[in-house]
Design a protein around this ligand. Sequence first.
Ligand code: ZN
Length: 192
Amino acid sequence: LLSRNAEWAATKDPTFLVDSSDRDQRPRVMWIGCSDSRVPESVVTRSRPGDIFVHRNVAKLFNPDEDSVMTAVTFAIEDIGLNNVGVEHIVVVGHTNCGAASYASDAAENPSAVDRRRPMYRWLQPLIRLAGTVTGKRTQNLIIANIQEQVDKLAQSEPVIRAWDNPNRPALQIHGWLYELSTGLLRDLEIT
Ligand SMILES: [Zn+2]
């Protein structure tokens, strides 16, 4: 990684070199995605440094009581960008073949088989609960239901409501997308 980084830095690409006097970042998009190594947001969207403000966690859960994701969302909406107006889009991105969704499906199906002392079990509680409400092809449907749920929770969160009440900032939109590992394509679920 270090040697590949040295090669990349040596290209001195003018679009990523930051003037030391310029302290601002101005991304228009925040990406909330899964930690999965196969869904690197900047790579799959051919983005440049500065394009995307990112929060990733296992299963890309948004919980307003959890400080890490809440800090990232509040910062993205209120404290970055030109004149601190923040991002204009938040994309919640799920993906096919998600290990966390499989785990949650299994835990919902067979609760006695999971070790409840593991942090994974605590963290994925909302997803396990959601898995209990999903029928049919459970893991696949859970992945979609989970994207929808995070979009809904974001739409009801304080920083988003504040942004929507603020006539002085650009419109803020929240989108739900699905990344398909087999094709490399992002699909808009049209739940904006
Ligand atoms: Zn995942």
